[in-house]
Design a protein around this ligand. Sequence first.
Ligand SMILES: C[S@@+](CC[C@H](N)C(=O)[O-])C[C@H]1O[C@@H](n2cnc3c(N)ncnc32)[C@H](O)[C@@H]1O
Length: 247
Amino acid sequence: MSLHPELVRAMAGLPRGVRWHMAGRARSFPLQALCAEVPAEGRVLEIGCGHALVSASLALQSAGRQVVGYDIDAAKIRSAEQVAEAVTAAGGNLAVSVSTGGDGDSPVPAGPWDAVVIADVLYLLSPADQEAILTASAAELAPGGVLVLKELDDHPAPKVAFARAEEVLATRVLRITAGSHLHWRSADDWATVLERAGLKVSVRRVHRGYPYPHALIVGRRPGIVESGQRAAVEPVPGRGEPVDGDG
Ligand SMILES: C[S@@+](CC[C@H](N)C(=O)[O-])C[C@H]1O[C@@H](n2cnc3c(N)ncnc32)[C@H](O)[C@@H]1O
């Protein structure tokens, strides 16, 4: 996906390494397919927003989205704050912060959220923490709200091997990604967790054209979305849908 021109402008003020990282990230995963799953209006939470590539893209695509992103990595959030300032100057709504999640017992900030987005974060957490975040996210969705999860699937094998080698490099050697665990699950396994949390789930395998086994797992909380108040999301095909790419 080509980046929004305002995001490119915002990135110009960031250190070169961060700029390269964001540009490489934008080319390496289906950003557009992910953004298309998020309603065009309403309150959007991104958990583990990093430098705010996804959050900023969402906010710049539609001024009707009020996007809130957080991450445990203070250095990334310093860059994300610069990005958020530029997004705000361009008419978008984006706020970012360093956080570990909710204020009280919940691991997720209180909703209701029209969408919760989690892109390539949960594999960094223990299985118990993964399930706690997904269950809490589902509970904080507004009726009709969506949980959009982007993770790597467990096939095809060559893409899995490539992705896992790169993640070990990023987390344990180069240390550009914070996270002590590496716990991958299949897309169908993620879907089962979301179904257990009460969501209606569909899976899209969106890895065509990428060296990584990208999958989007989208869970919708049952409920009525009033037309004109929040943009309806196009129905996504069911689990087992053919592989497609970003476009
Ligand atoms: C691979 S990066 C993805 C960043 C961003 N979601 C994106 O798609 O560009 C994973 C991010 O998850 C963050 N992270 C790891 N554990 C987290 C946690 N418990 N809560 C919030 N963020 C976390 C890391 O700091 C890192 O920025």
